[in-house]
Design a protein around this ligand. Sequence first.
Ligand code: SIN
Ligand code: FE
Length: 350
Amino acid sequence: MNDLDLERPKILVVDDHPSSRMTAVALLSIEGYDVVEAESGPAALAQVLATNPDLILLDVMMPGMDGYEVCRRLKEDEHTRLTPVVFVTALDDRRARLRGIEAGGDDFLTKPFDQLELSARVKSLIRQKRLNEDLDHAEKVLFSIARAVESRDPNTGDHCERLVLRGKAFGEFLGLPRPQVRDLMWGGYLHDIGKVGIPDAVLLKQGKLTSDEWDIMQQHVLIGEKICQPLRTMRGVVPIIRHHHERWDGSGYPDGLVEAEIPHLAQIFQVIDIYDALTSERPYKKAFSPEEALKIIAEETSKGWRNPALVVKFTEFIRATEMQPTKSSEIQQADLSIWFQKCTKSTHKS
Ligand code: SIN
Ligand code: FE
C-alpha cells in the first residue's frame, strides 16, 4: 500500500547554485527518484503547481524570495501543505533551523550532503507523506493527538517510530496477514494515545508513582480505547491499545487476562514495546544492548509475564535482524533514527 516501488516518487530540488543542485540531483537520481529542479523561489512555487512533487529539498539562502518564504507559502496552501519540505542549511546553523521550524519546515539537511543521511531522510519523509494520504480525516486527527502525546512525554523520544518499523518487520517475520501487520504498525503510534488524558503531575513525575498515581496512569489504556473505539478502521488496533499491559500469568492490567485470553496482536506488540524501552536510553537508565535486553525479557518470561513461544520467535527475529550488522541493516538503523521525526517534531526534535 505504501510501498515506494509502486510509483517513482518525485522530488523537487530548489537551489540557486547550479553545482549544489546538480549534486543533489545526482544523488537522488541514483536512488531511483524522479527529480525536478528550480533555481529560485518563484520558479519553485511554479514547479510545485506543475509537477506536484512528493518532497521538496529547499535551499535557505536564495536571492529574491528565500527558502523560508517559499516554505511559508507552501504550508499556507491547502493543496501543498502536506508536502514535506526539507531545508538545506549550513552545518550547525541554529538560527536557520529555528527560522525553518517557524516557517513550517519538516526536516533539515546540512551541506555537503551525506549520501546515507540524505537517502534515509528522504525515504522516511516520503513514506510519511504517503501514509498521510491514505488516512481519512478522523484518522489524521488521531495520529496528531498521538504525536502530541509523545512530544509531551520526555521519556519516549523516537519510541513510536521505532515501534512502527519493528512492528512491520516482526509482523512480517511471523507471517501475519497484511491487515494485521498494519494494525501492529498503527499500534506503534496509537497504543499510548490515552496518555492525553493523564495529568502532567502524573505523566511527567520524576521518581516513583504513589499507588493512587499509578491507578491514574493505568487509565491510559481505557482512555485510549475510548478515543479510538468509534472508528471502524481502528477495530484491529483497539485490542492492542487496551491490552498492551496485560501479562501472560494474569498479573497485568486492565483486565488481568491470562495467556491466550490476551489478544494475540497485543502480546506481539508488548514484546516489541518492552524491547524498545530496554534498548533505549531513558533519564533513569542506560540503553541495554540487544543481547542484554533479550536476557531481561527471558527473565521476565520465566517469571511468567510473557508468552514463552512468542519470546522464542522474537529472540530469533532480533538475532536475525539486529545482531549481525550488514550493510542493509546499517541503512535500516539510519532510517529508524529519523523515521517519522514529525512524531516529536513540535518539541525536542529539530
Ligand atoms: C506506559 O504505558 O508507557 C506507562 C505505563 C506502564 O508502564 O504501565
Ligand atoms: Fe502504555
